[in-house]
Design a protein around this ligand. Sequence first.
Ligand code: ARG
Length: 461
Amino acid sequence: TSNQMWGGRFASGPAAIMEAINASIGFDRKLYRQDIRGSIAHSRMLAEKGIITADDQKKIEDGLNAILKDIEAGKIEFSAKLEDIHMNVEARLAELIGPAAGRLHTARSRNDQVAVDFRLWVKDETLRVAEALKELIAAFLERAEEHAATVMPGFTHLQTAQPVTFGHHCMAYVEMFARDLSRAKDAAERMNESPLGAAALAGTGFPIDRHMTAKALGFREPTRNSLDSVSDRDFALEFLSLAAICATHLSRLAEEIVIWSTPQFGFVRLSDSYSTGSSIMPQKKNPDAAELVRAKTGRVNGHLVGLLTVMKGLPLAYSKDMQEDKEAVFDAAETLDLMLAAMTGMVRDMTINTAAMKKAAGSGYATATDLADWLVRTLGLPFREAHHVTGRAVALAEQKKLPLDRLTIEDFHSIHDGITDGVFSVLTVQNSVKSRTSFGGTAPSEVRKQIRYWRKRMTKS
Ligand code: ARG
């Protein structure tokens, strides 16, 4: 039998394989709430504008509310024959209220219907991600405050570079996740327009009020071009972009946690709740959650590339290709939610080994730059020459198997006879970080200033 929604010109139903490739109900059932909400708003507007009767509108709205209840109670069996959530809901409505159901789709197409449903879903999810980011930022602010003066080695090329504080390192992540938060917020603002009423692609001759439905659905205003309204998936792409960037940040953090929690580094100890043991090696405590966050980034980033590739060659307006937008976004969203929650828990719960951090900060000649700077400041050497002198001091210390601050003044004189006792004060890691007071620098005083700044900003967001 041919399809009850569009079967008028069809003599026979689809081949089984056609149904399998065409149906989206397996995943777009997730949109049932948005679909029903959109339909109720549409029907109210139709009645308000005299396009359907108040009586039919009431039947439609009551029917849709009953369907919502039944879906929520698990009482509805969706059918692949009816393709998608839109037609499943409408077919059920027809069963419930009869011919009045057929009036709901006046001045509407599935093209604007799916666009509005999906926008509503993506907008909500984007705001959910923003909330989760706020929690993660709050966790980092806590740890930063606790460890504003905890010295650790800073790295470039994963080689010891200069001492920093753990609080400063935490605040670097606050900056990253705050950018993700601002991306989520302004993406949510851009997607805050309703495509409902664009109809199939050209608008409609019925006297609809798109401002009314936009407002009823919580959108700022209706979209301004009917063609663009049904062919635009930027909102999905923007969600995937911000998800991919955020996931990439989480993955870098995960990688650091994996490294830091090795016995070789020993900078942090993960709580039992975020690690696992080995079935053969009793000594092991593995950072599985961090590794999975690192890995799941691949999926999220893949979905972005996937949807960009679906969209890149599509002519205006709607093509069925666009049905492929949903699984990408649903999976990325579910994955990102999980990643954010796991990371927030890990950051909150992990134990910081300040002694191991301090010890590591003191090795690897991390204060060599401080020595060079001292030579510039105190002896007036050009920086390039100071760099050279310092290099010789490091070589000597290496040869003697000593840290820089354990060289004697005679050792220093063998390298440059102008060096005085005053040099020793800049060679300790504490003094090194304390001196980095430039705006955004690692000095504990500056780190505390940045924590205050972000605490204030976060109360406003
Ligand atoms: N299930 C479809 C989708 O997700 C709904 C829109 C169908 N429109 C159409 N002209 N076939 O994209």
